[in-house]
Design a protein around this ligand. Structure first.
Ligand code: ZN
Length: 230
């Protein structure tokens, strides 16, 4: 292998490493944003469960207050009934008291049902709260790790860029300029010709190109312009 190819391959290794690091780094903000979204959803679910638990407690309080009002009403009617002279009026009052008692009984049944429901919603809330706490903790840890990864990537990029300088100084400026231009596009600037096929565009190169390459000259694929070697 000719010297310029050896030197350029060494430089290209470093540049491909830098390219990979930059690509990895670019993905991290989106990953962090997704994690933050997950945390927000967990909070939202927790809020709904808490509201459900509170709503049932409030419903129970309202029913209990209605029961109390009805009991007070019965007590009042009982006092009044003792002072009533007409039998029909007395009977009517007793009937009203019975009706109120029946209504109280229905309300009490509802309270019992709601107490079951309340227990269930409190248990649901506690469970979700536990899960949300664990989830948020693991999300925070993941975010910290990703932030640490960014720091490490930046350090590694700096190291690789330092390594680049002595490697590029070994190359002729013409080769280096062509290489640096190609580095801005996709794929590797310097590719191997395998069985007459360019490693970048995968087209067959003309015999003239192959001839130049075999001589060790700095040559580009006539189809894609990438530098080639054998
Ligand atoms: Zn090509």
């Amino acid at each position: 292998m000719v010297q310029w190819v050896k030197d350029l391959l060494e430089l290209q290794n470093v540049d491909m490493r830098i390219r990979g690091l930059i690509q990895r780094q670019a993905m991290i903000p989106k990953e962090i944003a997704n994690l933050k979204n997950d945390a927000a959803s967990a909070d939202e679910e927790l809020k709904t469960k808490r509201e459900n638990a509170n709503k049932t407690t409030l419903e129970i309080k309202q029913l209990e207050s209605q029961i109390k009002q009805k009991n007070d009403h019965i007590a009042k009617l009982q006092v009044q009934s003792s002072m009533v002279k007409k039998n029909t009026e007395y009977q009517a009052m007793m009937k009203e008291i019975e009706d109120i008692k029946a209504a109280i009984s229905d309300l009490e049944t509802s309270v019992i049902e709601l107490l079951d429901k309340s227990e269930q919603s409190v248990a649901d809330f506690k469970e979700v709260e536990k899960q949300a706490k664990a989830q948020k903790q693991s999300i925070e840890e993941e975010i910290k790790e990703l932030e640490q990864t960014v720091v490490e990537i930046k350090e590694e990029i700096a190291r690789q860029q330092d390594a680049r300088t002595p490697l590029s100084s070994k190359l002729e400026s013409d080769v280096l300029n062509r290489y640096n231009r190609l580095l801005k596009s996709n794929g590797m600037p310097l590719v191997k010709i395998d069985n007459g096929i360019c490693g970048h565009c995968h087209l067959r190169v003309i015999p003239q190109t192959l001839h130049e390459v075999n001589k060790g000259a700095v040559t580009a694929c006539e189809n894609c312009g990438h530098l080639v070697y054998v």
